[in-house]
Write a protein that binds this ligand. Structure first.
Ligand code: ADP
Ligand code: MG
Length: 398
């Protein structure tokens, strides 16, 4: 049965370093929630605290209705899959998968090699365990590997064994710590689909840890972004992409990352970007940050007319990376030298080139509705409302 997970004010200190700071999170039964964040932000520590493998300093963990804060790992109704798979090298695949059930169901004497077989009732229990192992092995398609040892398997096969070992207990909650990061790119995409299917088939709650935002966005019903030991924002993948509340989330979600320009606001409601003045809806302090995604920039023709909601962004072209259908244009802002990356269909780029427009200086257009504004501390501001171009003197018509 899927179980909900509730974390309340979790704190963890290693030495003098606060690794987790007042972390609270509600995960619904049956949900696929991903903890995503850069390396070292505290994801694994948090997952191990949920599993009961790492003690924490204060705060409560509930699984279902139960307060499990003081319970050992084996009593928590969870299974964990580790990045390293942690398979026993001297055991066969079948024995590896059977281990959690043997620990749970066989008395210590019945687990002793050879002698244990003669323990009363042991044969029946072992037969039942073998049957359950065969069932999960079939589900992850490794029935033909049951007698192999881990050293004889490929990375993907070992990963499946680790997943089968987690499945065999039929836990209410699966905890997965970067389970795909040791696989090559192709296999990772394949295993992503398998983990999704596993979630659907079992209906269990999944809490998945990754540093890879693409993995987080593609697998999850909801994503919690972890930075410096805090959960900065929790939302559906769409919400995090469309509505980041913090500049760190804005930068972390989306690939290539969001462009950010620091902009001086020298009058209370205006920001200036070269020759354009942008109406801000809030009283902004000295510096605000304007963010915009590479995929929302459009290559502008210098003659295009533009309205009150279109902003022009000048850029000095540096290099192009062709991805196939799209290309990434790497540029710099002519004044601040900040990096600007644009994603454009290769066809548009070719068209620009064929018109013989100069490549060193480009102009991009962006709809103001697709810009994100952040204050100096990185908190999201309401949207900017209009832009007006202040033409340079020589272009003004008298
Ligand atoms: P992540 O999984 O997000 O990469 P971790 O949870 O592994 O991050 O680690 C978070 C921080 O806690 C890191 O700075 C790490 O050095 C520290 N840390 C983790 N485990 C230990 C430990 N056993 N002893 C001391 N510091 C640790
Ligand atoms: Mg980790």
């Amino acid at each position: 049965m899927a179980a909900s997970v509730s974390l309340a004010r979790i704190e963890k200190v290693y030495g003098t370093k606060r690794t987790l700071n007042n972390v609270s999170l509600e995960v619904a039964a049956g949900e696929f929630l991903t903890l995503v964040g850069p390396s070292g932000c505290g994801k694994s520590t948090l997952l191990r605290i949920i599993a009961g493998l790492t003690p924490h300093d204060s705060g409560q963990v509930h699984i279902g209705e139960r307060d499990v804060t003081a319970l050992p790992a084996r009593d928590r109704n969870v299974s964990m899959v580790f990045q390293s798979y942690a398979l026993y090298p001297h055991m066969t695949v079948a024995e590896n998968i059977a281990t959690p059930l043997r620990m749970q169901r066989l008395p210590a004497m019945a687990r002793i090699p050879l002698i244990g077989r003669f323990w009363p009732g042991s044969r029946k229990l072992r037969a039942r365990i073998a049957q359950e192992v065969a069932t999960v092995a079939a589900q992850v398609e490794i029935e033909n590997l049951l007698h192999s040892r881990p050293a004889q398997l490929s990375g993907g096969q070992r990963q499946r064994v680790a997943v089968a070992r987690a499945m065999v207990k039929q836990p209410g909650v699966f905890l997965m710590d970067e389970p795909l990061s040791n696989l090559d790119a192709r296999l990772r995409v394949h295993m992503r689909a398998e983990i999704s299917a596993l979630h659907q088939r079992t209906g269990a709650t999944f809490i998945y840890v990754t540093h890879d935002q693409v993995e987080a966005m593609t697998l999850s019903t909801r994503v919690a972004v972890v930075m410096d030991g805090c959960i900065v924002q929790v939302g559906t993948p769409r919400e995090l992409y469309d509505d980041p509340q913090d500049i760190r989330v804005a930068r972390f979600i989306g690939s290539p990352e969001m462009n950010i320009l620091a902009i001086t606001s020298n009058s209370p409601h205006r920001a200036w970007l070269k020759d354009a003045s942008i109406q801000l809806p809030v009283q902004a302090a000295d510096t605000v940050h304007m963010g915009f995604r590479p995929e929302h920039l459009k290559l502008a023709d210098r003659s295009t007319h533009y309205g009150a909601h279109t902003l022009r962004i000048p850029a000095l072209f540096e290099r192009i990376e062709v991805l196939g259908h799209d290309a990434l244009l790497f540029c710099r802002h002519p004044d601040s030298q900040e990096t600007i990356v644009a994603r454009a269909p290769v066809a548009d780029v070719d068209q620009m080139r064929s018109r013989g427009n100069g490549w060193d200086k480009l102009t991009f257009e962006i709809d103001l509705a697709q810009t994100f504004w952040f204050d100096a501390q990185g908190s999201r501001l309401p949207p900017a409302t209009s832009v007006c171009e202040i033409l340079p003197l020589h272009k003004r018509v008298s």
